[in-house]
Design a protein around this ligand. Sequence first.
Ligand code: ZN
Length: 277
Amino acid sequence: MSASPLTDLSRLCVHTITTKPWPIETAIRNFADSGVKGITVWRDALGSRNTKETGKLIHESGLEVVSLCRGGFFPSTDKAKRKQAIDDNRKAIAEAAELGAPMVVLVCGADPGQSLIDSRQQIADGIAEVLPFAVAAKVKLAIEPLHPMYADTRSAINTLAQANDMAEAINSRWVGVAVDVYHLWWDDQLEREIARCGRNGHLFAFHICDWKVPTTDLLLDRGLMGEGCIPINKIRGWVEQTGFRGFNEVEIFSNDWWAKDQKEFLDEIIKAYKEKS
Ligand code: ZN
């Protein structure tokens, strides 16, 4: 079933990384002026700024903070590095609370020096260890499965089924999953797994962009919606069928788009949001 057209921007969120050349203050102003309603803040956009002040600025602009990206990167063959990751995730949770973000997105990590099974166990252990902090701070944790091309160093969680398995095993209303069409569009179990996380109350976030054909860079060549081959509308239909009414978050890392005028890019995003999502 396809989703109804997005005729207004009430559920449009843009990630700060999407308009990376803009300092966060510029992004906040332009997003709000263009009618965007949500913002997901990447930690690199915060730099040395006061997190609380930045949160206040977002709040005053009328934008809603949708999430903080990103925590995770739990696995390592080195015990000291695993401990560092725990500390960094606690820090991310504290930052999210200061910013007023209800959720931290987890890019879970992987270490090519060990098996994916071992990395997955360390991810589960890492989430279990930081969970009490997340609950105390009232910040949710969203496990984002990444495309298998990133299974070497970025994530040992590569399908929504794996993310769902983990969220169900942890069994906390503070831990769920983030569905990103870029990472999951190819999966023949996607419809079923979206229904599954929706049923369990684990569907926390929905990220959109497109897969360009051919893609020229495995990290920094994401397309604007409509530029590639992902059936975004169909996947959004599956997501909405679960009752999900959260934001549609535009998350595009693209050297091509970053080289262009970001205000024009934002206008293109809004157009593609309405016509191609
Ligand atoms: Zn994403």
